[in-house]
Structure formats: C-alpha cells, structure tokens
Design a binder for this molecule. Structure first.
Ligand SMILES: [Fe+2]
Length: 315
C-alpha cells in the first residue's frame, strides 16, 4: 500500500525562482536563503519519494480571475510551466501520476470534498519554487508530482479547518492506494507577508515561529484561526498558510520535526520551512538512511536545527 512518509512546507516566493533562473543564488542576499535549504535537499535525496503531492496556489496563471476553483486537483500526465509575464521559468515540465491522482479524486470526492479535476493545467512559481528548494535544479524532476491548487487569491479562501480535514481525506486516499509508493506531501505559501496597502512589507516573526511550533505539536489550534486573525497577524497574503494545514492533516497525529529554517526577508516576505516525518513503525526514517561521506546524518540535522533555534532566539 502507498504511505505518506513526510510533509514539507515552504514559502514559494517568486523572487526565489528569479534568483535561481538569473544565477544570483550566491549573492549575499540570496545565499542566506538558499543555504537554509541545503540540508532539505540532502533530506530529500535520502527520502527518495516515489511521488509528491504538492499543495500550492495558482497566481492567475492556470486560472484567470474569470474562474477560480477552491480546490483543483491535477490529474494530467504532465503540467506545462506557465508564462507569468517573463516567459515560462526554465525548469522541467512537471510530470504527474494520473493513476494515483484519479484514485485520490475518487476517494476524496466520495468523502464529500468537491474537487475540481484538471486534466490540463499549467503550473506557476507557487509549485515550481518549492520544487527547486527541495530538489535543486535537475534536468528532470526526480519523481511524479500531483498538484493541488487552492484558492487563496480571492475571498473567501477555504478555512484552515476545512484544509486540515481535506488533508485527512487525502491521507485516507493515498493510504488506500494498492501500490507500494512512498509519498511526500508539500504545503506551500506564506509565511507572514503583505504585498500591498498600508501594511505592505509586514512581517511578524513571532507569529510565524508560533505557527511552526503549533504545526508540529498542536495543529488543531491553528485550524481555529479565522481568516481575519491570519490576515491581521500574518498580512493579507499570509492567509496562504491555510495550505500548510492540508499537508499537516495528511500526516499522522504525532510527527517528528526533523528540520526547520526561517529567515527574513526574501523579497518582501518571511521565508519559513519545516520538514515533518511520520513515525512509521518498523520503517527506516527517510533522513536516517546512510548519509554520503562527509554529509550530516539525521541526528546531526536535528542538532543543527536545535542550534539554529537557539541562534534565532539569541538574534
Ligand atoms: Fe503565493
């Protein structure tokens, strides 16, 4: 049977994609951001998922303002890269997994979540930037990716509670798929940021850290946050964080936080990132697979995360 081994959340700031595409990742400003994902890429190389299920939002690329589905599942064999105004990003086409996606559609819709099914869909930076952060810049993405686009651009987006429960339905769907696949679930967007208006540039690190803490230990607390509370604390676009709750809902109740990274600013947003592993009995931990010579092992990653937390508190 298929099983979810871990969840990954990260911001999907478009400027990160531009920094990659324009070869600016080693500039001091961007180095700080990309260094934080070096261990994440190592974790992903060890995890070697067979499929990723990626929750993101479309930014008027696949869906114009004429039609905005609340939850849109990509069931196609491949998803071309959208032109967001500067030509499509120079990243590989995203290949899907139609068989698993159709199974998820059937299971989740019969569980009374009315998904829009997309047999043709372009994907934008909301999806491709997190793929770069977790996989680097390969010629082909190393595994099929099933996209789930969530409306967070036109009010009202789904509630955090609805997203968390959808994550549970996705978990049930994936775990009932007969093939033995190892799946990683992505939640993207956030963290605190506001692009326009009087509060443009808003960043609330205190709120972001508390959100990350609760995402691991007490996600139900986060499901009680209203849109208004989310926007007041994390900015108008901070409401994207409801998507992280789909990822968290798809995981087990108790998870291990194996890595966390947070930095400000990147463009005009806070960058937050977390990796949560399910505790699968009798299974090898993804990050605990033998690391290549000179590479840090999982316990070292945990220690590094703890050190980072201490440094964060001190700064
Ligand atoms: Fe976004």
């Amino acid at each position: 049977m298929a099983r979810i081994i871990a969840g990954v959340s990260s911001s999907h700031v478009p400027a990160i994609g531009a920094a990659i595409d324009n070869h600016r990742t080693s500039e001091p400003y961007w180095q700080r951001v990309f260094e934080g994902f070096e261990r994440s890429k190592e974790w992903m190389r060890n995890a070697k998922p067979d499929v990723c299920f990626a929750v993101y939002n479309d930014h008027a690329s696949a869906f114009s303002v004429e039609m905005i589905p609340t939850f849109a599942l990509g069931t196609a064999a491949e998803f071309p890269i959208a032109d967001e105004g500067w030509g499509p990003r120079p990243v590989p086409v995203v290949k899907g997994h139609p068989k698993l996606a159709s199974h998820i559609a059937q299971s989740v819709i019969l569980d009374e979540f009315d998904l829009t099914l997309c047999n043709k869909m372009e994907v934008d930076h909301g999806l491709t930037v997190p793929l770069n952060l977790m996989f680097g810049s390969p010629k082909e993405w190393p595994c099929p990716i099933i996209p789930l686009a969530v409306n967070v651009v036109q009010f009202p987006p789904p509630t955090g509670n609805r997203c968390f429960n959808l994550g549970k339905a996705v978990k049930k769907a994936i775990e009932s798929y007969p093939e033995d696949l190892r799946v990683v679930v992505f939640g993207t967007g956030g963290m605190s940021h506001q692009i326009s208006g009087q509060r443009a540039g808003l960043i609330n690190s205190k709120f972001d850290h508390a959100f990350l803490d609760n995402l691991t230990k007490n996600p139900k607390k986060l499901t009680k946050l209203s849109h208004l509370e989310l926007m007041r604390e994390a900015g108008a676009e901070g409401v994207e964080m409801v998507m992280w709750l789909i990822m968290r809902g798809a995981l087990d109740e108790k998870v291990d936080e194996v890595y966390r990274f947070y930095t400000v600013p990147a463009s005009n947003t806070a960058v937050g990132h977390i990796i949560l592993e399910n505790r699968i009995k009798g299974a090898k931990k993804a990050a605990a697979k033998p690391a290549a010579k000179g590479k840090k092992s999982a316990p070292k990653m945990k220690r590094a995360a703890a050190l980072q937390k201490i440094q964060r508190i001190r700064s």
